[in-house]
Design a protein around this ligand. Sequence first.
Ligand code: ZN
Length: 173
Amino acid sequence: MVMALPVDLLRIAKDAGVIIRKNSEVHELSGGESGACILDGETWYLIYDDEATIGRRRFTIAHELGHIFLGHKLLNGRYGRTFNPDKPQSESEADMFAARLLSPACVLWGLDIHTAEEIAEVCNVSKAAAKIRAEHMAVLYERQKFLTSPLERKVYEQFKGYIDANKKSPSSL
Ligand SMILES: [Zn+2]
């Protein structure tokens, strides 16, 4: 599979058999929720607040996919996404999954991307999410430990064509 940024969330959901629905059409979310996923028999439905900004919509979809892929326990047959500050660990895990899915560190490294502005543009994420990612990337660049795990090398391999075509050329320095 050849991957590129911004990550195509709809294709990932489709490949996983997850059906995505706009809340403006299904009215499933309750006050304060920006997304939810519901297991109906064998089928996952992912509902997102389609009135939010594009960056927020993408983060919500990635976060909900995180709950599904990480196999988190359901509460009353669903996960609800809220911005509750006292969030349980599964919420932090889904947030981390979303950040990694939307802005994979080894791909940003391959492209030599550092700033929040670049991350927001290239990954199509919100300024807020990009800022958090840029701070994390600064730590990773400091350590210079990329492609150390087989899984990360596999991710890099899937993005390699995209990275080679888009990385900054020395002449642009
Ligand atoms: Zn959640």
